[in-house]
Write a protein that binds this ligand. Structure first.
Ligand SMILES: Cc1cc2nc3c(=O)[nH]c(=O)nc-3n(C[C@H](O)[C@H](O)[C@H](O)COP(=O)(O)OP(=O)(O)OC[C@H]3O[C@@H](n4cnc5c(N)ncnc54)[C@H](O)[C@@H]3O)c2cc1C
Length: 503
């Protein structure tokens, strides 16, 4: 199809160029390729660090499904697995409700509708492309009376987590003769009045112009760009740790804004979580997402002043974890300690058992507070005692539901799962804020085409994944990031291929 390209330098030309080889970019590439387009993917990272943020994930995807029969179309489930598991259902209406509620009713309704409606068929399509799925028994289900019960709408997991997902998509790309250039950082778009005609890229240190009929931007948010973080998220954000790739520095957002694309969404907002206090500046592929510390609903937080500062049990962790990083960043010294007692120790997630944790243990509360680095120990001890006295111990603790076991009479109450901290040994873990990805980005339509500041589609320019604005605001239902990238990546690839076939 490239022969008819009437755009100057023909030495390197493809129907479709994709910027970024994460989940969104690879889905876009596979989708464009199945429509017959020749496809080149530009990836800034070296091959050893390929896969973007997608590789750092647990591979959890939020999809709407009716029942176990739907899931069985995605996962090879044995009869025994079906017998011992209550998969429940996660209907499209629930997904829409979750999106609306956690984004405080700001999520773009059209894009959200597409995200939800296409979530299941897109997972089916990924499976056909070679991605293997399992159920997230380890992370999203609790065992009750010998049977696993899923909670929180998050059931589907790519086999091998994020690394497995990226490997499968990359293998599928190579089977489909999609070219991937590593160490190829796109620097600007080639555009004229007719729209986008290609990309300028620095590949292995050499600047090259790649011509194309359409470009899909899938290069992630700007979370790894300290200056932009501070500029857009606000003062203090340069102090956050980056949970994932160091390569998502907002390049593709800038490239699109430079040619008149409209910014959209929550530019001062981001996904940020409780993250190991002494974690490195950027993500470590060997540790993946294990620096996160997400069992706070079973314990309490204490800050440097020895005070609790948020409702640890406001909702299931899937609906609170992404906004609590910001609250931790706002604490004195940008850190906090999570405190648990022996009653809940066995319920702590795997990530609490890695070697790289800042952890203290003690047999008395007095000893524990003395070991919490940088904390006012006297106030912390009083705070824990006041908290213990406020727990409604008459209500049964049940981790599978919002159990209503709350505290009463505190300045900041805990709404669910309030357990007293009274059974030794006690454990505490130091956390800071880890930023996952930024929410602000480019405006797209439901065909994933980038919209200009004049409100018109920019010919030949499409976008998908983290760098799209308008979908997530303030918070995020866990597992929606990969689904978002896959759904809009697939759409962007198809739209780009259709454009390539037309021009
Ligand atoms: C630790 C962690 C755990 C997570 N867990 C989950 C989870 O379980 N489920 C879930 O749904 N989401 C999860 N997320 C969020 C999820 O990773 C993202 O929402 C999703 O992967 C974004 O996909 P993407 O393709 O848009 O971006 P990415 O996967 O980050 O891909 C973008 C790619 O673009 C490349 N790039 C950047 N600039 C350029 C340039 N100028 N030229 C060329 N290439 C460039 C980058 O190197 C990168 O490879 C997690 C994130 C992190 C960090």
């Amino acid at each position: 199809m490239s022969e008819g390209l009437k755009v100057g330098d023909q030495s390197t030309s493809f129907d479709v160029v994709i910027v970024g080889a994460g989940n969104a970019g690879l889905c876009a590439a596979l989708s464009a390729s199945e429509q017959g387009s020749s496809v080149l993917v530009l990836e800034a990272a070296p091959e050893s660090e390929r896969g973007g943020n997608s590789r750092f994930t647990a591979g959890l995807l939020r999809i709407a499904y009716q029942d176990v029969e739907d899931l069985a179309q995605l996962i090879d489930l044995s009869e025994e697995e079906i017998q011992r598991t209550d998969f429940g259902s996660y209907k499209a209406e629930q997904f829409i409700d979750d999106m609306a509620r956690v984004t405080e009713y700001r999520c773009d309704p059209d894009l959200t509708e597409v995200l939800v409606r296409e979530s299941f068929p897109t997972a089916q399509w990924m499976r056909k492309k070679g991605v293997r799925f399992t159920a997230a028994w380890g992370r999203q289900a609790f065992k009750i009376d010998g049977r696993f019960k899923f909670w929180g709408g998050l059931t589907l997991e790519a086999v091998g987590g994020g690394p497995g997902l990226v490997d499968s998509l990359t293998t599928a790309a190579s089977k489909n003769e999609i070219k991937i250039w590593y160490q190829a950082r796109a620097t600007s778009l080639i555009a004229d009045d007719g729209g986008v005609q290609g990309v300028v890229v620095k590949h292995l240190g050499k600047t090259t112009r790649v011509r194309s009929r359409a470009v899909v931007l899938a290069a992630g948010g700007f979370q790894a760009n300290t200056e932009w973080r501070t500029r857009y998220l606000g003062p203090g954000w340069e102090l956050a740790k980056v949970r994932g790739t160091r390569f998502n520095t907002g390049d593709a957002i800038r490239m699109a804004l430079d040619i008149g694309a409209a910014p959209a969404g929550n530019w001062s907002g981001c996904h940020a979580v409780a993250w190991e206090r002494n974690a490195p500046e950027f993500g470590d592929l060997a540790v993946g997402d294990q620096f996160q510390k997400h069992s706070y609903p079973w314990g309490i937080y204490i800050n440097a002043e020895g005070r609790r500062f948020l409702d640890e049990g406001a909702d299931f962790r899937n609906y609170t974890y992404a906004k609590y990083g910001r609250i931790i960043l706002n604490q004195p010294g940008q850190f906090a300690w999570q405190i648990f007692d022996a009653k809940v120790r066995n319920q702590l997630r795997d990530e609490y058992r890695i070697r790289q944790v800042t952890k203290v243990t003690a047999n008395t509360l007095e000893e524990l507070v003395g070991k919490l680095d940088d904390v006012d120990a006297d106030t912390a001890l009083k705070e824990i005692r006041v908290y213990n006295a406020a727990v409604r111990t008459d209500v049964a603790f049940n981790p599978n539901i919002k159990d209503g076991r709350c505290t009463e009479g505190l300045a900041i109450n805990k709404s669910n799962w309030a357990n007293t901290i009274d059974t030794p040994p006690f454990e505490a873990y130091a956390v800071t804020c880890g930023i996952t990805f930024t929410f602000g980005g480019l405006r797209i339509d439901t065909g994933a085409q980038v919209i200009s500041t004049d409100g018109e589609p920019i010919p030949g320019l499409y976008a998908a994944g983290e760098l799209v604005g308008g979908i997530f605001w303030f918070n995020y239902p866990g597992g929606s990031g990969l689904t978002n990238g896959a759904v809009f990546g697939k759409i962007a690839g198809a739209s780009a291929a259709a454009r390539a076939a037309r021009v």
